[in-house]
Design a protein around this ligand. Structure first.
Ligand SMILES: Cc1ncc(COP(=O)(O)O)c(C=O)c1O
Length: 394
């Protein structure tokens, strides 16, 4: 593969206009990533297709769930707008924190802003997608596979709605995240292996028990809910030139891509160098599955792109950047010095912004600080959770 610049950008971006993604290699510690050429042209997504067919907020149970399953992945910005209306009372509109001076970042415009999802209820953006799915489906018995934050968000919602949730966790899941899920009354199931095994077990449990499966990223309603992060950024800072988004399963990146349809903002996904599933998949022209990989960013260890986020990202993302564990930890330390307590996954986008910003004349940029569930924050959350009956835990 040869290294080439990204395709020239049209003044206003819409669905299916993307033709190439270049993974950046700037900076002395850049891992060797090649540019990614995407096959084109691509079939346009039908913006708003899901919203047009969405069940009304609160619609109940199996009928709504099976209708959703037949809808495919034809998502658009209108679906994100519908999600914003649906979840408005359940999620926090988080602030855009002012410019962050960071070593090596060339600052023009308003500099680098931080979308403060570490201040979201439940400690991460995951509450948005979870709330959109739970409310739209009227789910009262749920099952999911999660690295922790999506499980915490679902357990919080389940408690508020008088519902039940079972969270399947893979080996290596953060013990303090498991403790918060339990403290909120969630049932936990642990499985050996990686994210693929975890998600397979969650699917089996849904089939065996009839509980509604609410995946952590690979679901239309979850993606649309995560997209409200992007809507809020572009409403508050319409001059944003580039938004950096941490990328695991791809739900958040796909959601931000949807929110960015029709806006000239550059959307850049940031993956840990050990799990570059989107960069590899876009290079291959189809989703590829990686062997389980490790990263300090425990929320970003997924092995393959989700079927729902993949085409959305393929058609809209401008760039993918890989960052090392050292860069992620340095970004988290920088945030901490500025009074922002981010968990490692929550610092990944900033690490990408710093890497990309070296030597470039970036205008107003936004890095999504996607989570603040540090060990200290989780211990406080577990202690603060009102007493509950934990259903059954393995
Ligand atoms: C804090 C945090 N940031 C980012 C991500 C990645 O999100 P996604 O799976 O939607 O790509 C996760 C996933 O668990 C997370 O917990």
């Amino acid at each position: 593969m040869t290294t080439a610049p990204s395709a020239p950008r049209p003044p206003v971006r819409g669905a299916a206009s993307m033709t190439s993604v270049a993974s950046r290699t700037s900076g002395p510690s850049a891992p060797s990533m090649s540019s990614v050429s995407l096959p084109g042209p691509r079939a346009p997504l039908a913006p708003g297709a899901l919203a047009a067919r969405a069940a009304p907020a609160g619609a109940a149970g199996p009928a709504a769930a099976s209708a959703l399953a037949a809808r495919g992945t034809a998502l658009g910005r209108a679906d994100v707008e519908a999600a914003a209306a649906r979840i408005a009372g359940r999620v926090r509109r988080t602030p855009l924190l002012p410019g962050l001076p960071a070593p090596g970042l060339h600052r023009t415009g308003r500099g680098l802003l931080l979308k403060a999802e570490h201040l979201q209820y439940s400690g991460s953006f995951k509450l948005r997608g979870a709330a959109n799915a739970v409310l739209a489906l009227g789910a009262r018995r749920m099952v999911t596979g999660s690295s922790g934050n999506h499980g915490i968000a679902l357990a919080r919602l389940a408690r508020a709605l008088g519902a039940e949730v079972t969270v399947v966790l893979a080996g290596g899941a953060h013990p303090a995240k498991i403790a918060v899920i339990k403290a909120l009354g969630g049932r936990t199931v642990r499985v050996p292996g990686g994210v693929a095994e975890r998600d397979a077990r969650a699917r089996e449990l849904a089939e065996e028990t009839g509980a509604v499966l609410i995946p952590s990223s690979d679901h239309e309603l979850v993606v649309a809910g995560q997209g409200t992060v992007g809507l809020e950024i572009l409403a508050e800072a319409p001059d944003t030139e580039t938004v950096y988004v941490p990328t695991g399963g791809g739900g958040l990146l796909a959601g931000v891509c949807l929110a960015a349809y029709g806006h000239p903002v550059r959307v850049v996904g940031v993956e840990p160098a050990g799990t570059p599933r989107y960069a590899r998949s876009l290079a291959a022209g189809h989703p590829v599955r990686l062997a389980p990989g490790d990263s300090v960013a425990d929320g970003l260890r997924g092995q393959q792109p989700g079927a729902v986020p993949y085409p959305v990202i393929r058609d809209r993302v401008d760039d993918l950047i890989a960052v090392s564990d050292a860069e992620i930890l340095a970004a988290a330390a920088l945030l901490r010095r500025r009074g922002v307590e981010a968990e490692p996954s929550g610092a990944v986008a900033l690490a990408g912004a710093i890497r990309a910003g070296r030597g470039s004349g970036a205008g107003t940029c936004v890095a999504v600080v996607s989570g603040g569930n540090t060990k200290a924050a989780l211990m406080a959350a577990a202690a603060a959770a009102p007493p509950s009956r934990t259903h059954c835990t393995t």
